[in-house]
Write a protein that binds this ligand. Structure first.
Ligand code: ZN
Length: 519
């Protein structure tokens, strides 16, 4: 038994009292936060669900903590919730309110890569182009620079309407920290490949798989704000034994396998030649068992009619990135055909300095001018791809992607008093030709910043500004890193050196990859 003197006893009692008070206040605060109600009242335009008639006027959205409690006319909500007048009210009579956008594919750490277009490269020679424009800038990154660049990319995407962002990245622990600090909903995809190794992320095959496994153990929380997926960079720069282990990992943790897929004409041609005896590359991948409901494929821009029909039978999702299709690869995924075949299509932007709302505009535009049998898409389809399409790709369709009771409170608003580009949108169109509102919004939305951004019930932006993030600081830091990376990479190139190294050639079969390349 331990005996305490009187003074010691009173000091222990005081400490216990203080701890109890802290716990009570802390729990009370958390409880209050969890039950806090916010009413987005009387929305001039409410984009509720991505369907032909999914837009209403004069309705309100009531949230409680991280959840959408109800959507409807204020009078109806007041009957259902007699204490409605205690909710914090956001007047939306001059606002457009919609679900937060889901960026189905991005690399939040690649903003500085664009600078490397300054060096000569050829998109027709895939390995050379990768080394120049992707591996070197990735290999140059440090924990500090990747954090700042990731934050600046989040700022860019969120400002334009994203609330969920898929982030294919190296140094996933730091990327996770930035995504958590920014309080976004995230899909974290630690990049794995065997064909090259980066100075910044110098992992062999086993270490890469272990790193992804550790991320799944530490960060994967599908009911929270972070989902971890298993990410093979591409099929032509990764040993198939790694791709198969990646699929096993995705199955074991019940998550998705994500991969760049037939982004370049050159990568399709070389893959076809490699797997000719299997009846072509697609047939080979089908046989391998890596195309199924668990697969999320970025781009798919080289898939032809027949291949799209085959892919439709697998249940795999495609994430469309119209800007990068055009500006990097000089092509365009055949999205009208994919939609007609019933493939789930999500939308992404692929670069930290692009944004998913602008991708909506580009999706509307490019398929109207592509000289193909199936042209045009319906007016609401870019919005559907940027909400439910991307959400469905990651199995998040029950949580996000529309404004419905029971879903997570991921909500964005646009202030119509400041949106001169949205002027033609009038409420008289509702019921007359509601879908025209999707057209007017999508055609004119580029560059429009959100007024409010709520993610999981928490305001990340309010009245046109970030609530916690120091926007200017991170833009300045990322700008400095962009300049510095170019100086450093140019200096290394002048010595014929790089920030990455090739471990084995691309487009080879496993039997032609020496063990030493994987160790
Ligand atoms: Zn990408």
């Amino acid at each position: 038994m331990v005996f305490y003197g009187r003074a010691q006893q009173s000091s222990i009692a005081a400490r216990l009292d203080a701890q109890l008070l802290y716990a009570k206040t802390h729990i009370a605060d958390r409880l209050e936060e969890a039950l806090k109600r916010i009413l987005f009242e009387n929305c001039k335009f409410l984009f509720k669900t991505p369907t032909k008639t999914g837009i209403t006027t004069g309705e309100s959205v009531l949230t409680e903590g991280r959840t959408i409690l109800a959507v409807g006319k204020r009078e109806e909500l007041a009957k259902q919730y007699p204490d409605l007048n205690q909710a914090e009210v956001i007047d939306c009579s001059q606002k457009l309110v919609m679900p937060g956008l889901v960026d189905g594919h991005n690399h939040l750490c690649n903003t500085h890569m664009n600078c490397c277009r300054a060096f000569p490269f050829d998109y027709g020679k895939i390995s050379e182009h990768m080394l120049t424009t992707i591996h070197d800038p990735y290999g140059w990154l440090t924990e500090e620079s990747i954090y700042d660049i990731t934050m600046a990319s989040i700022i860019n995407d969120v400002k334009q309407g994203a609330t969920t962002i898929e982030n294919s990245t190296i140094l996933p622990d730091t990327a996770f920290r930035a995504m958590s600090d920014a309080k976004i909903r995230g899909i974290l995809a630690p990049q794995m490949a065997t064909g090259f190794r980066l100075d910044a992320d110098n992992l062999n095959m086993r270490q890469s798989l272990d790193k992804t496994k550790a991320c799944l153990e530490n960060y994967h929380d599908p009911n929270g704000k972070m989902q971890v997926v298993v990410h093979i960079h591409d099929l032509w720069d990764t040993a198939e034994k790694m791709t198969l282990e990646a699929m096993n990992l995705a199955e074991r943790y019940n998550t998705k396998l994500v991969c760049h897929f037939w982004e370049f004409a050159n990568s399709k041609d070389q893959s076809e030649a490699l797997w000719a005896e299997d009846g072509g590359a697609l047939a080979h991948y089908m046989k391998l068992g890596i195309l199924n409901k668990r697969s999320v494929l970025f781009h798919g821009s080289m898939l032809d009619d027949r291949e799209i029909e085959i892919l439709a039978g697998t249940g795999a999702s495609i994430i469309h990135n119209p800007d990068i299709n055009g500006t990097n690869c000089g092509n365009c995924a055949y999205i009208p055909k994919m939609l007609a075949e019933g493939i789930n299509v999500g939308l992404g932007c692929d670069y930290g300095s692009l944004d998913v709302k602008t991708s909506m505009k580009l999706m509307l535009l490019v398929h109207a001018i592509m000289p193909r049998e199936l042209r045009k898409i319906e007016y609401w389809q870019p919005f559907e791809a940027a909400t439910m399409g991307s959400a469905r790709a990651y199995g998040l369709e029950k949580q996000i992607g529309s404004l419905e009771a029971g879903k997570r409170a991921d909500i964005i608003t646009f202030d119509l008093r400041k949106a001169s580009q949205l002027l033609p949108m009038c409420t008289q169109l509702i019921g007359l030709q509601t879908e025209l509102l999707y057209f007017l919004f999508t055609r004119n939305c580029a560059g429009l910043e959100t007024c409010d951004t709520m993610i999981d019930g928490n305001f990340v932006r309010r009245n046109g500004a970030f609530t916690e993030i120091d926007e200017e600081k991170f833009i300045q830091k990322a700008a400095d890193w962009c300049g510095q990376s170019l100086t450093d990479i140019a200096a290394r190139r002048a010595q014929n050196k790089h920030y990455s190294r090739i471990m084995h050639p691309d487009f080879v079969k496993d039997e032609d990859i020496p063990d030493s390349a994987l160790e």
